[in-house]
Design a protein around this ligand. Structure first.
Ligand code: SF4
Length: 482
């Protein structure tokens, strides 16, 4: 590992701020312990997460702080502390949060000790906060995405106050990641490598609510991965809205300025980390260097999630995606040539303003030519505050539905055909859980992200094992341990 990389002038503001937050956890502990005496039972806390993997990762931190403060984790919102970690990618996500908040007010009526907090992307929007201030007066704490690292401090203030506390920052250049975290899985973990996005796709609210791109210094990422490995984590997923622009915000003379591909190599060098995933690369920035690094490193999962969004060049232009149908297909071709065993999955939006039947034919054409192993298809939903929301040529609902069904059919046929290619193979899987429907089966994930269910002992959860793929069921396999 190059020593220069470890000398970046960029740092997580870990030490001083993390220590400060740990002190607030101690103070919160005293308050929760007093509450426990008063209630005659352990206070309970519930974290409700909406949205993406980055929110899920943030929620693990929120839960860790609540548990360290003395709360017992519960899935029920009828608890003593509820926090909603919100998403704002779709308008209807906002409505869901308001619906849940409304129900929560009933719990609060029967439990005067209850505290209700709300954080995440939706809180970066002024209208949402104003609505809560006006119509949801029972909420105790509101904060946004930039100061989530201050949760211990905010929790402490919230526990000693009866007033609504609002702490929202418009932006930040701070990154504080070295805080306690309770991981959902002891053997795999997400690792944030950057925050924010500079791309301004016209349908997306993320750049407005998460701010501009801010990369963590490589040494901080490596340190976090090393700690995870020491703690028994075998698989990490490097997370960012656009991982391919990792490091571009570093000054040119910063010795820590490295590319995403180089960062991946450094993470692969860590002993104990056996599989590395990443999410999400933008097709416009996918470099040859990255492909070479994946090709020569078996630790990097054989799975690339490459959001297409549309296969029509004019719609892509209106989405501000900065690639054409042909650019995308050439990239897929290049990936398939260099990495013949890689699975490519994608996201597709149907019903973007101005999208005609012919435009969807283009998307279907890309699905057929790219041979996606799977595609997440979404119906376009107008997001207030984005440029596309004011585009006049919104597509009639019936046409959207018709196009969606046509596309889905092709996506499913392709996915099935691609999954079937692995039939009879022996694949290395990370065993993640007992099967949801049949307790005699375990569920493992292949390097290409396909799930396989097979008989086994739950003591094996968290281990890698070789599994023979016996029966293909569309998107997943049933197999047996070798
Ligand atoms: S790349 Fe586009 S879709 Fe993704 S977060 Fe940035 S603006 Fe949103």
């Amino acid at each position: 590992m190059s020593i220069n990389v470890l000398n970046s002038s960029k740092n997580d503001v870990t030490d001083a701020e993390s220590l400060r937050q740990l002190e607030f956890i101690e103070l919160a502990k005293q308050k929760v312990s007093a509450l426990e005496k008063e209630l005659g039972r352990k206070p309970k806390a519930c974290v409700v997460t909406f949205g993406c993997q980055m929110n899920a990762r943030d929620s693990e931190k929120l839960l860790a702080i609540l548990k360290l403060a003395g709360y017992e984790e519960t899935d029920s919102e009828d608890s003593d502390f509820v926090i909603y970690n919100t998403c704002t990618v779709r308008d209807n996500a906002d409505q869901r949060v308001f619906g849940r908040l409304g129900q929560c007010s009933n719990h609060k009526k029967s439990n005067p000790h209850m505290k209700i907090a709300i954080c995440g992307c939706m809180m970066q929007e002024q209208e949402a906060v104003e609505k809560i201030q006006k119509s949801y007066r029972f909420v105790d704490l509101i904060f946004g995405t930039h100061n989530i690292y201050k949760f211990a401090e905010l929790l402490n203030t919230c526990l000693e106050s009866d007033r609504m506390i609002i702490d929202i920052w418009k932006e930040t250049d701070k990154i504080v990641e070295d805080l306690p975290v309770f991981r959902k899985y002891p053997f795999k973990s997400g690792v944030n490598i950057m925050f924010g996005c500079n791309n301004f796709c016209t349908y997306c609210i993320v750049p407005y609510v998460r701010g501009r791109e801010r990369s963590r210094a490589p040494k901080d990422i490596i340190r976090e991965c090393e700690k995870l490995a020491a703690d028994g984590v075998k698989e990490v997923m490097l997370l960012g809205q656009n991982v391919n622009s990792y490091g571009l915000d570093f000054k040119d003379d910063d010795p820590g300025k490295i590319s995403f591909a180089h960062l991946l190599e450094l993470v692969c060098e860590i002993e104990g980390i056996e599989r590395v995933r990443f999410m999400t690369p933008h097709p416009k920035d996918f470099s040859d260097e990255l492909l070479d690094v994946i090709a020569k490193n078996r630790k990097i999962a054989r799975h690339i999630h490459l959001p297409l969004q549309s296969g029509n060049t004019e719609i892509l232009r209106r989405m501000n995606r900065k690639y054409t149908k042909d650019d995308y297909l050439s990239l897929v071709q290049k990936i398939r040539t260099k990495l013949p065993d890689v699975a490519i999955t994608t996201d597709i939006i149907v019903g973007f303003p101005g999208e005609t039947k012919e435009a969807v034919d283009d998307t279907i054409d890309v699905v057929k030519k790219a041979h996606f192993n799977n595609a997440f298809t979404f119906i376009y939903s107008k997001r207030t505050g984005t440029p596309a929301a004011s585009f006049e040529d919104q597509v009639p609902e019936e046409l959207v539905k018709e196009n969606f069904d046509r596309l889905l059919k092709v996506v499913q046929e392709e996915a099935k055909e691609q999954t079937l290619k692995y039939d009879g193979q022996i694949q290395r899987v990370l065993i993640e859980s007992v099967n949801d429907h049949d307790e005699s089966l375990l569920t493992g994930r292949m390097s290409n992200n396909t799930l396989v269910h097979f008989p086994g002992n739950k003591e094996m959860i968290g281990e890698f094992a070789d599994v023979k793929l016996l029966e293909c069921h569309g998107f997943y396999y049933v197999g047996e341990l070798i």
